[in-house]
Write a protein that binds this ligand. Structure first.
Ligand SMILES: Cc1cc2nc3c(=O)[nH]c(=O)nc-3n(C[C@H](O)[C@H](O)[C@H](O)COP(=O)(O)OP(=O)(O)OC[C@H]3O[C@@H](n4cnc5c(N)ncnc54)[C@H](O)[C@@H]3O)c2cc1C
Ligand code: FES
Length: 490
């Protein structure tokens, strides 16, 4: 794998007169996806039907064309950021062919030129999302959007890129999606697709259906107060407003007719009658069901567990409440897991004191071994974090109902105004106990490689499932990761 050298590139900007054909410029390489109707028939739909991803090359004034380098400036396997005057593109040469796509990862904006180019794909250097260099399509996660793809031509040994100015600015492309065309037959309590859970798995499923041209009703329900958001950010930028970490804006759901029912908990699923029963008694019939309910964090089971100001970090409300209570106060974090250590890192500068209580000798021992764990611990200690290792909490003491002290089995008493618990999670599948859906002894929903459960028409995905992993000879595993939830949802 080669990394592109930093080279300055001279550019000439030319605005061409002639508008190219729309077919040629189709941004995702698919000229006309299928649109499915309620009765099962299908017709092709066109970009004009798509309200957001209108053809970016429609108006020649919106397009820029520039000569970006000589053909010999790039070796095979090299990538280079090139500036077109009103934005940059990533120019790639592989197997003698040039490709140009957006240069920033649509996930968190990493410079893709620092990523890895291999076999027609560029992999993001930060979290590993993968993009097809010919189409710009996202092929591995995390992230929702693809890269814009730009046209490349060679004339007199010079490489030219033709690009939409808007795409150069946004550096992202939402794939073409269908809308619902059956709203006239609207029946509040019946949907074609019901998705329980609006995390990464649920959202990816809804988006993929629309991308594939599915044009019947999709309803997604969640216990959350908010539209789908970036859950991993809760422990990394804890006082973010829910809108700042939203995965998609409100208008997106409206544009593509993806209905989201917030604060709606499903209490049971009746697979015989294809009905989900909500906690408030409301019932919804479905044709196909996806269960993507994630997991539920474990709580402490010690004496005093019901005192106030003890939190799991699961929602934006949990995270912002912890920050508020911890500012200039004493925080005890139970569990030196990824979540616990991220919270410790975030709070060190804000809290008066941060203490971490853990059963193991060092953090991350299971994942990275003792040496790395000890190095991490040292780094945190130099940032005022105190560790209490190989012990656990025996009691939470209160004053006027609020947490005051955390008592450890070792006998140590820690002053505490707020406590964050990160000691693992269990699958959020309790409501399926009587459903007939196959659940294993740990509570995970058992699915095959197509994410199908034992009940026809019922699928499951994300943290809540155990699935056959090809890398491990199809052994059933649970991988509670953001990326994996994306993959399952797709
Ligand atoms: C604080 C935090 C930080 C994390 N950081 C990382 C990280 O850095 N990297 C990483 O890979 N992973 C991280 N994770 C894990 C990652 O967030 C999960 O793997 C991912 O969110 C799983 O997605 P999911 O769609 O399966 O479920 P979730 O995102 O958990 O979503 C589940 C959805 O189901 C809904 N739901 C549950 N039960 C019901 C019900 N009965 N009725 C209706 N709705 C229901 C919930 O309200 C929610 O909308 C983190 C998790 C947390 C909590
Ligand atoms: S920034 Fe590229 S995968 Fe996260």
């Amino acid at each position: 794998f080669l990394f592109a050298p930093a080279v300055e590139v001279k550019i000439e900007v030319v605005i061409p007169e002639k508008e190219r054909s729309k077919e040629e410029m189709s941004p995702n390489g698919k000229a006309s996806p299928l649109l499915y109707k309620v009765n099962g028939t299908a017709r092709h739909y066109h970009l004009e039907e798509h309200p957001i991803a209108s053809n970016p090359y429609h108006n020649p004034k919106d397009v820029v064309e520039a000569s970006v380098c000589h053909v010999k400036d790039l070796e095979n396997g090299q990538m280079r950021e090139v500036d077109l005057g009103c934005g940059k593109a990533l120019l790639i040469k592989e197997n003698g062919e040039f490709h140009a796509v957006g240069h920033k990862c649509p996930h968190y904006g990493a410079p893709l030129v620092k990523g890895v180019l291999s076999k027609g794909r560029v992999r993001c250097p930060w979290h590993g999302a993968c993009f097809n260099i010919s189409t710009g399509d996202i092929e591995d996660f995390p992230g929702l959007d693809s890269l814009p793809r730009f046209q490349v031509k060679i004339e007199k040994e010079k490489v030219y890129i033709r690009a939409s100015k808007q795409a150069l600015q946004t550096q992202r492309r939402t794939k073409v999606m269908a809308k619902c065309i059956s709203l006239s037959n609207y029946n509040l309590s019946s949907t074609n697709v019901l998705i329980i859970g609006s995390g990464a798995a649920g959202l990816l499923c809804a988006e993929t259906l629309r991308q594939e041209g599915f044009s019947d009703r999709i309803v997604m329900c969640t216990m959350d107060r908010h539209l789908p958001y970036d859950r991993p950010k809760l422990s990394k930028s804890m006082d973010s407003h829910p809108e700042q970490i939203a995965l998609r804006p409100k208008e997106f759901f409206r544009s593509y007719d993806i209905e989201v029912l917030t604060e709606m908990q499903v209490a049971a699923v009746d697979v015989k009658n294809k009905t989900a029963v909500f906690k408030d008694g409301f019932k919804m019939e479905y044709n196909k069901l996806l269960i993507a309910t994630g997991n539920t964090p474990k709580a402490l089971s010690c004496k005093g567990k019901e005192v106030e100001n003890v939190f799991n970090i699961r929602t934006p409300e949990d995270a912002s409440r912890v920050v508020k209570l911890a500012t200039s106060k004493n925080v005890v974090i139970v569990g030196a897991s990824f979540l616990g250590m991220e919270v410790a890192a975030y709070l060190t500068e804000r809290a008066h004191s941060v203490s971490v209580v853990e059963l193991e000798e060092v953090p991350f021992k299971k994942f990275f071994g003792e040496r790395v764990g000890r190095a991490v611990m040292k780094m945190f200690e130099s940032n005022r974090v105190k560790f209490y290792m190989q012990t656990e909490v025996s009691e939470l003491r209160e004053q006027e109902g609020k947490l005051k002290e955390v008592v450890l089995k070792s006998g140590k008493v820690l002053r505490a105004d707020v406590c964050v618990v990160g000691i693992g999670a269990v699958p959020a599948t309790g409501f399926l106990k009587q459903s007939g859906i196959n659940i294993d002894s740990k509570g995970f929903i058992v699915v095959n490689k197509m994410m199908q459960t034992n009940i026809p028409g019922v699928f499951a995905a994300g943290d809540a499932v155990t699935f056959p992993l090809a890398l491990r000879n199809n052994k059933k595993v649970n991988v509670p990761h953001w990326q994996m939830a994306h993959m399952h949802g797709r």
